[in-house]
Design a protein around this ligand. Structure first.
Ligand code: AMP
Ligand code: GLY
Length: 419
């Protein structure tokens, strides 16, 4: 079969890499793809949110399965547009992707269906929002309602910071339409765990757990980034936590979406916080996480294409999903200056020399036959091992073999102060 993967980062590289292992697949297209993906798939120069061009391409090539990986085309309705043309597509329709596309929607859903999360209020008027925080406690959490490239969350330590964030979002247009409505949330504490789950709207099958490192530097210092590394499994997510989450969060969420007439089909990402009062939902994403996918898919034994087909056909209950009893670690090699300002176009050395490791490309390009840097997060060097210690060692062995100008990475991926 012919498969089209939409997207072009490290997550999409991991998805393409896994799909390429399926005996059912003879051709993979990826739009727009990147320098690493180009080794496994034919990259097509169509932007990930260009719905019309993407549908036209899928039709022209008679693609059998489309996998939409990033949030924005999902929220914009790419799955709906593909399905309208009779193209089999993996991912939620727009009316279900709203679970990520609007934080006000997801908070209201959780309140209505009693799913544990932080207390909150929604505002579209800055004066009312400011009045509300004036009477509240700090820190407090201010979130843009819509998609904001992972940057729409401000933890305000005092009234001044809260006021500034509210004005920037509602009146200053900082995140465009995404910030014209804000959610103000109770500040929760505890370690965070990500659990991605396959669901067809009826059955939910969680994947192995993962944790990511969001800050730029060791010991969780520096600015927030899109993720400097991940590991799987989380040491905190044991069977008791898995049971608690299944009963209180995963099943109720799937049921709630179906009851609302928005059955969710695809991958639902649960961003969870282990608070002193039990596990609570910090966020939902309507897709595979990045860079969580880079450590979750290498542990998946089952054919991903078979799982995607079962989700589309709503027979997820009929298949067995198997996982390796091991661990995986992904260390991100980034461009100096990320996440603020950085240069692109530096040649990357050592990529052919990494042995058993898998190097997922996040921001690279192929230029004159050479792989060069083309983003802030450049590579995700991923290794498996019998346990986390072995996977950490293997991943850093790989990092040591690769180089490019101004490269930086964290040296503590896989180790968390809460472990
Ligand atoms: P989000 O984009 O909603 O995942 O938020 C980004 C990050 O902000 C999360 O991963 C948390 O570290 C932090 N965060 C979000 N909501 C809260 C909250 N209610 N309390 C404490 N931290 C939060
Ligand atoms: N790793 C966070 C995300 O995928 O949104």
């Amino acid at each position: 079969m012919k498969v089209l993967v939409v997207g072009g980062g490290g997550r999409e590289h991991a998805i393409v890499w896994k799909i390429a292992q399926s005996p059912k697949v003879e051709k993979i297209y990826c739009a727009p793809g990147n320098g690493g993906i180009a080794e496994l798939a034919e990259c097509v120069d169509i932007g990930a949110t260009d719905i019309d061009a993407m549908v036209k391409f899928a039709k022209e090539k008679a693609v059998d399965l489309v996998m939409v990986a990033p949030d924005d085309p999902l929220v914009l309705g790419m799955v709906d547009a593909m399905e309208k043309e009779g193209i089999s597509t993996f991912g939620p329709q727009a009316n279900a992707a709203v679970i990520e596309g609007s934080k006000a929607f997801s908070k209201e859903l959780m309140k209505k269906y009693n799913i544990p999360t932080a207390g909150y209020e929604v505002f579209t008027d800055s004066e009312a929002a400011i009045e509300y925080v004036k009477n509240g406690t700090f820190p407090t959490v201010i979130k843009a309602d819509g998609l904001a490239l992972g940057k729409g969350v401000i933890i305000a330590q005092n009234f001044k910071e809260a006021e500034e964030a509210i004005c920037d979002m509602i009146d200053g247009g900082k995140f465009g339409k995404s910030g014209s409505r804000v959610v103000i949330e109770e500040f929760l504490t505890g370690p965070e765990v990500s659990v991605l789950a396959f669901t067809d709207g009826k059955t939910v099958k969680p994947m192995v757990s993962a944790q990511d490192h969001k800050r730029a530097y060791d010991n969780d210092e520096g600015l927030n980034t899109g993720g400097m590394g991940t590991f799987s499994p989380s040491r905190l997510y044991d069977d008791a936590k898995a049971k608690e989450c299944m009963e209180n969060i995963f099943l109720p969420t799937i049921k709630a979406m179906t009851e609302e007439g928005r059955p969710f089909k695809g991958v639902l990402y649960f961003g969870l916080m282990m608070t002193p009062n039990g596990v609570k939902v910090i966020e939902y994403n309507c897709r595979f996480g990045d860079p969580e996918t880079q450590v979750v898919l290498p542990r998946l034994k089952t054919d991903l294409v078979e799982i995607m087909e079962a989700v589309i056909d709503e027979r997820l209950d009929e298949i067995e999903i198997e996982w390796e009893d091991n661990a995986a670690v992904c260390v991100v090699m980034a461009s100096g200056g990320y996440p603020v300002e950085y240069k692109k176009g530096y040649e990357i050395f050592g990529l052919d020399n990494v042995g058993d490791l898998t190097v997922f490309h996040a921001g690279t390009a192929l230029k004159d036959g050479k792989i060069v840097t083309n983003g802030g997060r450049v590579l995700g060097v991923t290794a498996v091992g019998k346990d986390l210690d072995e996977a950490i060692k293997n991943a850093y062995d790989g990092v040591g073999k690769i180089s490019f100008k101004d490269e930086f990475h964290r040296s503590d991926i896989g180790v968390k102060k809460y472990n």
